[in-house]
Design a binder for this molecule. Structure first.
Ligand SMILES: Cc1cc2nc3c(=O)[nH]c(=O)nc-3n(C[C@H](O)[C@H](O)[C@H](O)COP(=O)(O)O)c2cc1C
Length: 371
């Protein structure tokens, strides 16, 4: 080096990880263009395989560590930030570390059923690109709870791991509680929380378990088992229930009342909708299944606002449904959610949405506190 020449600055680890994140986010438009050439389910598998390969190649280690922003304790668990991955994207729990590396504070895997099942025949996943929406009737295709446990065993993710459980398609509703008990037992030693999914529209009769009497009986059965498992394993695992945005107002109110009475630890609102408002006439809109993404944003936010009034702070709400921007995430918090979850937004906006939501939630809460 000649005299007076400045040494080129050595990149620090934090500088490298910001670069890696910027590269990941900047490559999204190109990646999305490629993935959207494939049918939706193939694109899904390619993405998960790519994420797993990136992990094996050590690329995830280049990304910055988990973002601590507006951490919060919910049901006794400390969530490092407000933003989580909604169930259904990593049904088998194969990419917990990959999604964790995107900046999620919690990752919910599943829905996992007691026995493996193939789900509905394909095609069963459709993009309505004009509205940034998805229609799916996957039908809980999953490898079963035991394989889910095996898959998630390589977890290095430091955030919170949720396990979403359901019943097998051929288990009648009268025996649904047995499947949920198997799910709870199967997840107990490795899940941070368990979500009882009563709201997928793609398993016949599942949403009927949202009827007050059925729901109350299920909660009581699960709580008795929670007590037993807590004694056996010396650890408590909170249980949340996930509900649909299509409940009538009166039904939402009566469910909220019983959640409070039964001391439920948390409610996830919402799952996909059967409504096709905002997508009528578009290709794939009339495919049967649940609709998610941008057309669900306002409906889910209004549902959460109503639910928050019903519940009046007695239990936490985890808000999901059409979060396509940081502002949408903040709106869910203002409507009464304590945490938020994304699925369809990640498909349309890419991994940059996670950081955007984490930062917006943190600054949105700070602004609200100053007001
Ligand atoms: C393809 C697909 C599969 C899904 N699978 C599940 C599932 O297995 N269990 C579940 O509780 N929710 C499932 N969901 C619902 C999401 O977790 C989320 O509640 C819903 O999509 C609304 O959020 P979004 O608009 O951000 O996608 C699925 C959603 C999609 C799009």
């Amino acid at each position: 080096m000649s005299q007076g020449e400045m040494p080129s600055p050595t990149p620090t680890p934090s500088c490298l990880s910001s670069l890696a994140r910027t590269a990941m986010e900047a490559s999204w438009p190109l990646l999305k263009a490629g993935l959207f050439q494939l049918d939706a389910e193939t694109a899904h598998h390619v993405t998960l395989r790519g994420l797993k390969l990136a992990e094996k190649a050590g690329l995830l280690r280049l990304l910055p560590p988990l973002a601590e922003a507006a951490p919060v304790t919910v049901a006794g668990l400390r969530f490092p930030n407000r933003v989580g991955l909604a169930a259904g994207l990593d049904k088998a729990g194969q990419c917990v570390n990959g999604f964790g590396a995107m900046g999620f504070g919690h990752v919910e895997i599943g829905t996992l059923t007691p026995r493996p099942q193939p789900g509905n025949p394909q095609p069963r996943l459709f993009r309505i690109v004009e509205r940034e929406a998805i229609v799916n009737r996957m039908g809980f295709n999953n490898p079963g709870i035991a394989q889910g446990q095996a898959n998630a065993a390589d977890r290095t993710f430091k955030g919170i791991l949720g396990v979403n459980i359901g019943k097998n398609f051929d288990t009648p509703n009268e025996r649904a509680a047995e499947d949920y008990l198997l799910g709870l037992r199967g997840a107990w030693t490795w899940a941070d929380y368990v979500t009882v999914n009563l709201s997928s529209p793609n398993t016949k009769g599942l949403r009927d378990l949202q009827q007050d009497d059925a729901c109350r009986a299920l909660i009581r059965t699960l709580q008795a088992e929670q007590k037993r498992l807590a004694q056996q394993h010396q650890r408590h695992v909170p249980v949340f229930i996930k509900i649909a945005p299509d409940l009538e107002k009166e039904h939402r109110r009566s469910l909220a009342r019983l959640f409070v009475e039964e001391k439920l630890e948390g409610v996830i609102a919402t799952n996909t909708t059967l409504s096709r408002t905002h997508t009528e006439g578009l290709r794939y809109s009339s495919e049967s299944g649940g609709l998610s993404g941008a057309p669900l944003t306002a409906r889910a936010t209004a549902f959460i606002a109503g639910l928050a009034q019903d519940i009046d702070g007695a239990l936490p709400i985890i808000g999901a449904g059409g979060i396509m921007s940081g502002a949408d995430a903040v709106e869910k918090l203002h409507a009464g959610a304590t945490l938020v979850q994304l699925y369809s937004g990640l498909i349309y906006r890419g991994p940059g949405l996670v950081r955007e939501c984490v930062e917006s939630c943190s600054s949105g809460l700070a602004d609200a506190a100053r007001r």
